[in-house]
Design a protein around this ligand. Structure first.
Ligand SMILES: [Zn+2]
Length: 313
């Protein structure tokens, strides 16, 4: 199963339009040892000529254009994109759906709460209801595995909250467990989903926002072959220094990478899988490939996701 990282930055991307932190400034000035990144977005090949998107980032149009596999192939109007799986209702995760509005039919998989926020509270998403069967919404269960076009998925409720833009009534009736999910993704056994045949049982974990790692999650991660894990912030204090945020990484639902309770320390015993940081904020020093922090994550056996990276499950 081919998985492509179309975007690897946190919300805002790298550089971020209104940020002049050391990373963003040096990248713009051509004095940075590293590359720019679009907002986190994945896609996997679900069959010959068919791809599933994981989330729909605000950068989706450019990400599709940068990925020949996602280009239209037949006739005037066509797209290999058949399914979109949403892990939340934030702008970073869902606004790209609006970019898929040009009379193309596809399925959208989201928790019931996320579906209702987008389709019932945000009238702009009506552009996906211009003809019958345009966007076919399917509810993601939290307590059972589900299928998406040849892949077997399992949702894990994460510590995140619903977007700040939702109203009080919607907030009161929504299940907080459905706000933000992580996903475990595996090719459905017995079915070749890509040119490269995959042995059964290969699993990728997509967990871009993790507040802590209880023992049960650690055991689950131990069984995964590839981890795409929360690489948002290097230190707990990092976001508190950004004007307007005023919260620590942990208060935002992100474990920092460093420190005694950070990801490097917490997952040090996890040596059987490929470990990749994704959802990297533009302030994070690991983006600078000459930094001590970048060297520390590489020495600990981690990779730093970049746009265009390909993973074979
Ligand atoms: Zn910045």
């Amino acid at each position: 199963m081919r998985v492509k990282v179309l975007g690897s930055a946190a919300g805002g991307g790298f550089p971020q339009w209104n940020c002049a932190c050391s990373n963003c400034r040096r990248l713009r000035e051509g004095r940075f040892s590293g590359v720019g990144r679009t907002q986190t977005q994945l896609a996997w090949q679900s069959g010959p000529g068919r791809w599933t998107l994981l989330n729909a980032s605000p950068d989706l149009r450019a990400q599709i254009e940068a990925t020949p596999e996602l280009w239209p192939q037949d006739g005037n109007r066509h797209s290999p994109i058949s399914d979109v799986v949403l892990t939340g209702a934030e702008v970073d995760q869902a606004v790209g759906l609006l970019l898929l509005r040009e009379f193309h039919s596809f399925r959208v998989h989201a928790t019931r709460s996320v579906r209702r926020i987008l389709t019932e509270d945000n009238s702009m998403f009506g552009v996906l209801r211009r003809f019958a069967g345009q966007a076919c919404w399917q509810d993601i269960p939290l307590d059972a595995a589900f299928s998406v076009d040849g892949a077997r998925l399992e949702a894990l409720s994460l510590a995140g909250s619903f977007p700040g833009f939702i109203g009080g009534a919607r907030s009161a009736e929504s299940d907080p467990a459905e706000a933000v999910i992580g996903l475990f993704i595996a090719p459905e056994s017995g079915r070749a989903v890509a040119a490269v045949s995959s042995p059964p049982g290969k699993t990728l974990a997509f967990l871009p926002g993790v507040g802590s790692i209880p023992g049960s999650l650690f055991e689950r991660l131990r069984q995964c072959d590839v981890l795409l894990f929360d690489g948002t912030f290097w230190s707990d204090e990092e976001p508190a220094r950004i004007p307007g945020i005023g919260k620590t990484a942990s208060q935002m639902g992100h474990m920092p990478i460093s420190g005694p309770r950070g990801t490097l320390a917490s997952l040090a015993g996890l040596d059987g899988s490929r470990k990749i940081f994704i959802h990297i904020n533009n302030t994070n020093p690991i983006l600078d490939e000459e930094s001590a922090e970048h060297r520390a994550v590489r020495d600990a056996g981690w990779e730093v996701a970049r746009d265009g990276m390909e993973i074979t499950l």
